[in-house]
Write a protein that binds this ligand. Sequence first.
Ligand code: GDP
Ligand code: MG
Length: 174
Amino acid sequence: MEDKCDYLFKIILIGDAGVGKTCIVQRFKTGSWFESQASTIGVDFCLKTCEINGKQIKLQVWDTAGQERFRTITQAYYRSAHGVICTFDLTKESTFDSTVEWMDDVSRFCSTNVVKLLVGNKCDMIDRRKVSHEVASAQGKSFEVLEYLETSAKENTNVNDAFIKMATELLKQQ
Ligand code: GDP
Ligand code: MG
């Protein structure tokens, strides 16, 4: 069978439990919103093809399956990732503080040229915001991320954008 895919990129999501990683992946994958996500067992990934600058890009998006609760994500999860989306919950400051540790793991286990995004999710709950755009954006700079983005998986804000920005940058590096 003919394979029209020009590039395959592995993108992993990291961040504390409950920040909305699975909802983001679901939103990207199916375009829909599921209010509650079952804690899946084992690492899960989805494949989605998108076209960027006339090239067929296959994105293999990896979602943790609850291991983040126990910080038992294996190195295999990080290995050979081209892109990392580090996610926190804009309404829960502790999840923002944790991004430092998550990014530490990225420095230890990912290749040095991995493309990183910092994502503040649940931006639909603006009145419950605990982390300002300025502070998060500065944190992103210190992590040397491609960009800091605020998303809502619930209202479908910036979710596709995040993946497209990531894929566009990865394509540029080829
Ligand atoms: P995970 O543990 O990081 O995979 O987080 P989940 O995707 O399972 O989401 C955790 C909870 O946050 C669920 O109750 C979701 O409904 C909720 N949630 C996820 N994304 C959003 C969002 O963008 N806005 C709001 N208001 N809630 C969200
Ligand atoms: Mg999950």
